[in-house]
Design a protein around this ligand. Structure first.
Ligand code: AMP
Ligand code: MG
Length: 345
């Protein structure tokens, strides 16, 4: 099974049928979603799910998200669906919102890493939905990268990390959002464990106040327990050093330009992730435009691809901070983790 389909990269149409049969047989299929590429396995088969952890080198105490093709499929995964979850599903599914609630007994321990809760979402991507429908089961899927690499936002990234280790990669082109889903716990007061394209503001417009887990913008303190096991890992760690310029755009850009010149004087290869608004500050230095500060979604979409591209070409990457509102919160959460929380202030 593992070798029969190894390395196959197919077009979307045939890919979902072949992918469905591979998943039913216990194999691994990488597939596009609107957030990042996922690495899927039959979410009700503990042994198939274990292969995901092996292929990625993912720590086994970091639970996975189950992906469903219709809202009613949640019924089998949770013992009951609380009214607030219904409201959120109606407002945001299919879409980049993962909901966590108590799990039912059919969910294998491999998925939840032994927790008594399980995370579920319905992706907003035709290929992903067709694949899940073909599989006929909930599909457990983390991001389809090697653990420690930025999440893949194109099929090429999946190939770089996992070729030869999984059965099929379905190429659906570049991902629309480029950062992983918002993770919201509904066990107790609604709490965002990981910010994403469904923002705090969007959630609050529908259900009222939503809390933020403390580790979203700061490292875990000594002895502190992560609300979401994934947050204790330095997930998005590129090889290059990443430094975040803090402050309003002019300040951030000046700090970056100064640190760039100092690093260059030490012989380091430097790269700046500039924005439409700040390019003029970086004249004479190496920079790439990663988006428009007025539209943070553009920065979110490009961040992981650019980290991947430059983490070997550069020794130091400089990036500007964004206001931590709307999608800016998700951007800062990923950027600060990639930077190991190293800022220029
Ligand atoms: P990934 O699969 O890489 O997109 O990451 C999924 C994220 O959701 C990780 O940060 C996990 O730790 C988190 N997660 C998944 N299931 C649970 C759960 N039951 N409770 C808390 N966090 C979870
Ligand atoms: Mg991941």
């Amino acid at each position: 099974m593992q070798t029969q389909f190894a390395n196959a990269v197919t077009q979307k149409e045939n890919g979902t049928r072949l992918g469905g049969s591979i998943l039913r047989a216990g194999g691994l299929v990488a597939f596009p979603t609107e957030t990042v590429y996922g690495l899927g396995a039959n979410g009700l088969d503990g042994e198939a799910v274990r292969r995901i952890f092996e292929a990625k080198g993912r720590p086994s105490d970091n639970p996975l998200i189950l992906h469903v093709a219709k809202k009613n499929d949640v019924k089998q995964l949770w013992p009951r669906i609380p009214p607030i979850a219904r409201t959120l599903m109606d407002a945001f599914w299919p879409g980049p919102l993962t909901l966590i609630f108590n799990r039912s007994s059919i969910v294998p321990d491999e998925v939840t890493a032994g927790l008594d809760t399980v995370a579920v979402r319905m992706p907003d991507n035709k290929t992903a939905l067709a694949l899940i429908r073909e599989a006929g089961v909930p599909v457990a899927a983390p991001s389809a990268n090697s653990s420690g690499k930025p999440s893949p936002t194109a099929a090429e990234h999946v190939r770089e990390d996992l070729e030869g280790k999984i059965d099929l990669i379905i190429d659906g082109g570049p991902c629309r959002f480029g950062l992983e889903s918002t993770v919201l716990s509904l066990v107790g007061a609604p709490t965002i464990l990981r910010p994403g394209a469904v923002t705090k503001e969007m959630l609050e417009a529908i259900i009222g106040p939503v809390a933020l887990a403390s580790s979203i913008l700061s490292p875990l303190k000594e002895g502190e327990r992560a609300a979401s096991p994934g947050m204790k890992y330095r997930h998005y760690a590129p090889e290059a050093e990443v430094l975040v310029g803090e402050g309003v755009p002019r300040q951030a850009a000046n700090r970056i330009a100064r640190a760039y010149d100092a690093a260059e004087a030490e012989g380091k290869r430097c790269m700046i992730f500039a924005t439409e608004q700040t390019r003029a500050f970086y004249t004479g230095r190496q920079y790439v435009i990663i988006g428009d500060r007025e539209d943070p979604a553009t920065l979110c979409r490009n961040l992981f691809a650019k980290l991947r591209e430059y983490s070997e070409k550069a020794d130091v990457i400089f990036a500007e901070s964004l206001p931590e509102q709307g999608e800016g919160l998700a951007y800062m959460n990923r950027l600060l983790r990639a930077a190991g929380f190293h800022t220029l202030s």
